[in-house]
Each structure stands twice: as structure tokens, then as C-alpha cells.
Design a protein around this ligand. Sequence first.
Ligand code: HEM
Length: 451
Amino acid sequence: MDGFIRAGNPNAHPDLAFAAINDAQARPPLTFVDLRPFGPAMVLVRSHDIAEQISKASKLLPYSLPKMPEVYGHMVHVTGKTSVLAAHGEDWKRLRRRFNPGFAHQHLITFLPRILEKSSVFLNHLNTLADTEDPFSLVQLLGNLTFDVISSVVMGVDFGAQNTNQLDDFIRNYRALFHTYTSEQMDLPWFFTPRTEWKRRRLAKRLRNTLRTIVQDAFANRRIGIAESRSVLALSLKDQEHALTRQALDEACDQLSTFLFAGHDTTSIMLSWLFYELSRTPRALQRLRDELDDVFGPDTDPSSVRDKLLSDGGKDLLQQLTYTAATVKEALRLWPPAGTARMVEPGTGFKAQTSTGEYLLDGVCVYNCAIMIQRDPDVYGDTADDFLPERWLGDAAEQIPATAWRAFERGPRNCIGQDLASIESRIVIALVARRFEFVKVREFGHPPNAA
Ligand code: HEM
């Protein structure tokens, strides 16, 4: 593993080293990787057929295989102990059922004005930066925007993540906590990094205090008759009739933390890769711009796009952005921000079926490595590594098995927020893609020759 990491870009995600290991072995459908004592022993999945067996519900496993404890335990300071992301069995089912109504399309689309409002702050930053022509980190800028959107959607709170002066304490602490994760190359167990662990606990405690106050205030307001909503916050309090128990308070805070985390980083990473791919694929950028001209008219001013989206029938305009949606899908294929890692408990009797036989996976962790699966030449041919949105249009799309694109994963544990990500990304692209040219300068925070 170490050799493969050294052979690639030292700042790259470990998934790229996993892919290199798999390639070096002539791309078997499953690869055993033993990271002990730094990480778990696990099986990497390249085959989309097997990935589907891992994620789908079955008679044996009605909610599919449970999540891998090491991965989700490592993130506990960001997600909380009872997070819907990591929960199992009936606990998970109860939480998912509770939050599903908050992520139905008809409800999410009502956030369109709010997303436009937050996006205008983002556009102001881009205008200023374009005037100065100073290099900047697009993923950071987008991360602030997506944080403002998700906090608004899940709890109706504006932390002002996009403010450049006077940062809210919550945002400062959140960024500091998040940085302890993004700055580490590999998810090491806490006993290898005790100082970081201590820092994480300290920051998580401060964040938790703010979230507790938000939940308690929401509960008090609800009791005096403030309107119900379908936010994660409101849905978390649904069964709390008379008193807010400590358990319910903690569980609500865990879910708010989880949604803040899962709902901002992924979308901002996806949009960053998308603008990067468009910047180096002029043909695709032109086709995207042509589509935006067709749908929104020739006036590229964001205020014109905004007015059209806010007009009667504005919501339907987003549905007409088929090429735009294909660029998003293609960016997520090449650069999936997340995957799923599962645990096969010993004695489960779980076997992966392949064309060459079956493999008993009992007692191992299994990782559906999305970047390997979604760049598989057996499915995507010679253009597997190319940015080609056209593959998702018309007859060409019919040739690709649905199981070979799993950016939001599949099965019962698929992404609950995928529709929000889709709405949000189309809005941002519609506002930005005709107004700005992006040029990759270097990896932010690294010298130019590290790019
Ligand atoms: C491009 C954007 C996004 C991508 C690529 C993405 C991807 C994923 C993936 C791969 C999973 C499965 C994770 C696992 O098995 O451990 C997942 C789960 C989840 N995502 Fe997303 N996500 C995105 C946006 C969002 C948004 C906007 C939200 C919040 C509204 C969200 C909330 C969640 C939650 C709560 C889960 C856990 C669902 C469950 O286990 O029932 N995600 N996402």
C-alpha cells in the first residue's frame, strides 16, 4: 500500500492507491487489502455486480449489510453516536423513515428561493475574486455555500458560513474540527493520534452545546404553537409530546451533525470537480452553455436566471437541464466523493457470486470503492477515464448497467439527500457556468509544482 501511495500524488485520496493495486493485479473483481494495525483488513470491490450484492436488501439482510464500524466510529465526533449514517437494523429504519418526508422532491423544491439567496452571496465572492484574479480554493468557497444551504434546509438556521468577516463561533469550531479529518492522509485509529483525538473531543463538545440550544429552543417554540415543518430538526422532535428527554435531545443533535456533514462536503466536492472537468473539456462546456441559453435565454446575468427560476414554471426549468444533469452524473462517476464500507459479521454466511465462483466474505470488511467501479473499462470501455457527459444521453445511456453508477450508492442505505444535491447543483451551474471561466492553477495550499 505504502509503495502505491508513494508512486502516486502524495496528497491523493487512498482510493487512488487502491485502484492502482487492483490495476497491478489485472483488475480482479475483489482484492484483499490488509491495513492492520493502521486500519482494518478489508476486501475492495471493483465489480459492480458484487457491489450491488453488498448494498441490496435480501431475505437474510433486509436492510443490507451493516456499516463498517471502524469508518463510522472514526467520524463519530462529526456525526454523533446515533447517526442515521452509521446506525443498524431497526434503529436505522426508524430514523430513515422519520427523515424521508423531509427529502421528498416536492418539499425540497420549496427551498429554491433560499438556495438562490445563498448562491447570490457565493456569486458576489466569485465576482470579487474574478476582479482581483487572485488564486483561490473553489472547494472551500463552495463548501461555505453548501454549508449555508444545508443548515438552512435541516434546521432553518443561518450560521453565515459565507461571511468573510465576523465568523460565527459555530463555523469556526466546525471548520477546525473538519480540518482535523481532511488534513489526515489516512483514517488512523485514535490511539495513533491522541492529541488530535483530544482536539476533536474539545471541538465536538463546543459544537454540541450550540446544537443543544438550537434543539431546546425549537422544542420550546413548538410547544407554544410555532408551525410544524419537515426539517430534520422538526422531524427529530416529532414524537416528543410533553418533555424533551435527554436521549431525544442527544439523538436530535446527532442527526443534525450528520446532515450538516453529509450534506455539504459531498456537494461542494462534486461541483468543484465538475467545474474542473468543464474547464479542460471546452466541447462539453460549450454544449452546457448552449443548453443554458436555450432554457434561460441569452441573458447570462445571474439576476435574469434567478428571475426565471422564481417565476411561475421556474421549477420546471431545472427539469429541462438534461445535458447539465449529464455533466453532473459524469463528474460524480469520475470523482465520487463517497462510497460505502460494510461489515460481514462472522457466521452470516454471506457469499459474493461471481462468474468464476462464489466467495465467502464472513468476518471481513467490504468496501465498494466507487472510483474503481465507476472507471471500470469492462463497463465504460476505452473512455473510462474521460469526461464524456454524452454517455448518459439517449441510447448510449441504455448500454450502461444501472449498477455501474453508484455515486449515491444503491439499496436501502442509498443517499437520502441525492435530490437536494441535484437541485442545488443545477441551480449553481445555471448561475455560474456562463459567467465565469475557471482555470486550475495548483492544489491550494501546495506549491505550484505539486499540482
Ligand atoms: C453530491 C452529493 C452527495 C453524494 C455524492 C452523496 C453520497 C452518499 C453516499 C455514497 C452515501 C452512502 C454512504 C455510506 O454507505 O456510508 C450517502 C448517504 C447519506 N447521505 Fe449523501 N451524498 C450527497 C449529498 C447529500 C446531501 C445533500 C445530504 C443531506 C441532505 C446527504 C445525506 C446523506 C445521509 C443522511 C446518508 C445516510 C443515509 C442512510 O444511511 O440512510 N447526502 N450519501
